[in-house]
Design a protein around this ligand. Sequence first.
Ligand code: NAD
Length: 489
Amino acid sequence: MANTPITVAHGDGIGPEIMDATLHILKEAGARLDIETIEIGEKVYNSGNSAGIAPESWESLRRTRVFLKSPITTPQGGGFKSLNVTVRKSLGMYANIRPCVSYAPFVDTRFPVMDVVIVRENEEDTYGGIEHRQTDMVEQCLRLISRPGCEKIVRYAFEYAQKNDRKKVSCFVKDNIMKQTDGLFHKVFDEIAPEYPNIENESWIVDIGAAKLATAPEMFDVLVMPNLYGDILSDVTAQMTGSVGLAGSANIGENVSMFEAIHGSAPKRAGQNKANPSGLFLGAVMMLIHINQPDIATLAHNAWLKTMEDGVHTYDIAREGTTKQTVGTKEFAEEVCKRIGQKPATLKAVDYKIIEESGETATKPLYTIREPQKKELVGIDVFVHWWNGKFFSAADELGALVEKVNGDGAKLVMISNRGTKVYPNGQPDTFCVDHWRCRFMSDTDGGTLTKQQVINLLGRFEANGLDFIKTEHLYNFDGKAGYALGQGQ
Ligand code: NAD
């Protein structure tokens, strides 16, 4: 069988050691790979490239479409972009898959029954990094969630569950608060779930869901969630298995996919031959499955499971009672190689199959293109930078000023401060900062506004010395409000 070209980056800190160990095991297991090596991380950043990756490296990634990557050290301070986020987003890696499994009783953990897979949305949410300072007191992060983004990740989660004989997919959102953004994620989940009648589905509000996951992980199987929740909860969940060094991750895109450990470059452990290579190794096992070398993935993964079971451990998981031999990074890889061909006796052995595109999967598109809906401008939120030196009971004074700009078909219906309605009839105890949202609607019931009316309105703000700092249009889509009410409106 022909070799598969892959791109490899050895990374920073413990990266080179864990990559050498991982590649050694893959080679001994018979992986059919043609490796192209690229340089990323510290060296590239320090050469003056603020992206941390050279232009020719992108060509390698686009050519091989498979990237096995060690962690890198992100330089602290301004000017440097996170390479991980850049690579994931630039190459459209929409799904981040993070299996977190307990290996009890061989690896010490308080959660002996745990086998969950976190499917984290990887391109959107607060990770857009669209942030602005708007007033003396307020910074904003714009959180964008798209329908195709939700469709891709939810579809991926159910397809993953189906292909891997998983029983349930749980959705974690906070749509009791973020009714528009997390509301869309939840809605898409509810639309797609019935297409998989054999897979149970459920939704949790992320706070109580996270509490359950952190105390009773046996309740869960596959989890799907927006980017930020997934980032946090997958680290928590990996650590619960015994060490963050035990979890691998796959970043799946339509064209290019990347496989890595979930942990960072652990600079304090660098060059000591101590780090656990298991996270990167398990990422590499996912890569072998992805490139359709399930035979090698099975051989290598079973040898690794047997090594865990034999109590051959790196320092991070070494415990009295479970560990028989504490070894370094290189020696650990050697021990895994010695066990190639063996299977674990107690832990569940793996048996990966060739991926065949079933007709059914092929007919289900990752995302749908919908007819545009009828969009009507029914109002506008004008945000104002204003401060009269008072944190309490300032809103009526601003209200009186803003009422003056009413007219030409637009009328002020409320003012809110960080989302809470404070005018008219605000509560004197609401704490207010210098960032106000003034909501204007058409002054005829159910009426609309034109863009010209909006421009005229802003002209009146300017003429009245009111410092508007941004606007948000209020649209109805097919007659349904596409905006949230203010808290208390
Ligand atoms: P880290 O994951 O590197 O380390 C956290 C802790 O876990 C440390 O105590 C470390 O010793 C331990 N640890 C991590 N991996 C281990 C392993 N394989 N074996 C044994 N112990 C291990 O997180 P950090 O210290 O917050 O970050 C260090 C650097 O890594 C930072 O520059 C950060 O930006 C970067 N980082 C990179 C990635 C990536 O490249 N994917 C991910 C996270 C952090």
